[in-house]
Write a protein that binds this ligand. Structure first.
Ligand SMILES: [Zn+2]
Length: 105
């Protein structure tokens, strides 16, 4: 998760918004992924990529119009989401084949 988003995802406003959105999706179809409709939802996804400019704008960040409830597999397909996409790796493999923790270098 990007640093600027950390505070947002911990905020009460987001927690309430997210819980309300999931509760609504459960009423609609039992809480299935809105993308594939097969797997249960796992992550509330922002359809507008959050940036330092829009993350404090409730019309973007807390607007159910721009949210979707998705399973992990579908969510990971979004650009910049999921492990290994758009993020610096936290580990790499050393010559002995063991992972090297970059945070300790
Ligand atoms: Zn899905």
């Amino acid at each position: 998760m990007q640093e600027f988003a950390r505070k947002f995802y911990k905020s009460k406003a987001w927690q309430v918004c997210r819980a309300a959105y999931i509760a609504w999706r459960v009423l609609v179809d039992g809480g299935l992924c809105e993308c594939c409709g097969k797997e249960p939802g796992y992550i509330v996804h922002h359809e507008i990529m959050l940036t330092p400019e829009n993350i404090n704008d409730p019309e973007v960040a807390l607007n159910p119009e721009y949210l979707s409830y998705e399973c992990k597999a579908c969510h990971d397909l979004h650009e910049g989401h999921g492990v290994g996409k758009g993020k610096k790796p936290l580990a790499r493999f050393g010559p002995d084949g063991q992972p090297v923790d970059l945070r300790r270098i």
